[in-house]
Design a protein around this ligand. Structure first.
Ligand code: DAH
Length: 340
């Protein structure tokens, strides 16, 4: 190894190998095979000692020149490889900001929540305040103070979930009447909504359902006031053509008491499946607050009177959204809820 043609051949081989290297690792290996301690150029430099003295300088210079040339090519190739790796990465993760977005599906309020809020906002517009009561309630607030004697059928274990310590799961929202009236001086008007519980499970009944309760106490309150408020409420929910029907009934906490129906909105009173061909749909109960209830809340029943009413929210929501089965309200099936 001495002639310049050997060096030319070596340079040519290096140029080709460097051009062929298609990754940084392969390039480093090519570099080592020419410039490394055991590489071809190093070998050539090591052979210089055996050359005649007058050739050593020229060959040494040429070899060093070749070394620099090869380093230059390696550096160039390395940069090119790195640049194309970056280009590849950019191409692979191409982001077209002009494409339309896919968006995420939006949720919506549960039908019971929608109807509850609509009811509350109606009564708020009539000056009623929202009052809350707990679902775990004392016997006094749920029964005793509402004039429900211990032997009343609604206390039957079939209906009431009894808890330890004499508490019950409230069977109606009427417990809020006692909580709101005790310690307050009339006039006042309140609305309350929430879950109530009864020992009842069938296709038409759920052990947990929702009620709305309203009550107003003042001087000179009459049953006519109650009818006026409920008619405005019915028209707000079901439209101006709706009629209400009051049927004499008995509740321990009202006197007189009435069962409340509204004219079937589906068949306009002609008779259909929803109203069982009667033209009327049961809605709730109402009446004038029993003087004994007022007295148990320390309100002077000689001076003050009040009316109260309570109805189920679930059935109202079913009518409103045309939901055929009660279970659709409680199963939480998004395929059903998504359509409402
Ligand atoms: N609490 C009764 C029930 O759950 C409904 C009711 C009837 C509420 C008459 C009232 C009322 O406020 O006056 O069946």
């Amino acid at each position: 190894m001495s002639g310049s043609s050997d060096l030319d051949a070596l340079l040519e081989a290096a140029r080709e190998a460097i051009a062929r290297a298609d990754a940084t690792q392969a390039l480093l290996e090519v570099r080592a095979s020419f410039l490394g301690r055991k590489g071809s150029v190093s070998e050539l430099l090591r052979g210089i000692g055996s050359l005649p003295a007058e050739e050593r300088g020229r060959v040494g210079q040429a070899a060093n020149e070749a070394k620099r040339t090869i380093e230059g090519w390696v550096a160039e190739r390395k940069e090119a490889l790195e640049r194309s790796a970056t280009d590849d990465a950019l191409a692979a993760h191409h982001l077209d900001v002009t494409l339309p977005g896919t968006g995420s599906p939006s949720g919506s309020l549960h039908p019971i929540t929608q109807v509850t809020r609509e009811m509350v906002s109606f009564f708020a517009s009539m000056g009623f305040s929202l009052e809350e009561g707990p679902e775990v309630e004392t016997d006094w607030n749920n029964f005793e103070a509402l004039n429900i004697p211990p032997d009343h059928p609604s206390r039957d274990e079939q209906d009431t979930f009894y808890l330890e310590g004499g508490h019950v799961l409230r069977t109606h929202t009427s417990n809020v009447q006692i909580r709101a009236m005790t310690g307050r001086t009339p006039p006042f008007r309140f609305i309350a909504t929430g879950r109530v519980y009864r020992h009842d499970l069938s296709p038409r009944h759920s052990p947990m359902f929702h009620q709305i309760e309203g009550f107003l106490v003042d001087e000179r309150v009459t049953f006519g006031d109650l009818k006026g408020v409920l008619l405005a409420f019915g028209r707000h929910l079901f439209g101006d053509d709706v009629s209400l029907r009051f049927r004499a009934n008995h509740f321990p906490f009202t006197e007189p008491s009435a069962e409340l129906d509204y004219s079937c909105t589906l068949c306009a009173g002609k008779g259909c499946k929803v109203c069982s061909d009667s033209g009327w749909v049961e809605w709730g109960g109402c009446g004038m607050i029993h003087p004994k209830v007022l007295e148990r809340c320390d309100i002077d029943s000689e001076r003050y009177q009040g009316f109260a009413f309570g109805m189920g929210i679930d059935r109202t929501a079913m009518r409103r959204f045309n939901i055929p089965h009660l279970r659709h309200l409680f199963e939480g099936d998004l395929r059903v809820l998504g359509q409402l």
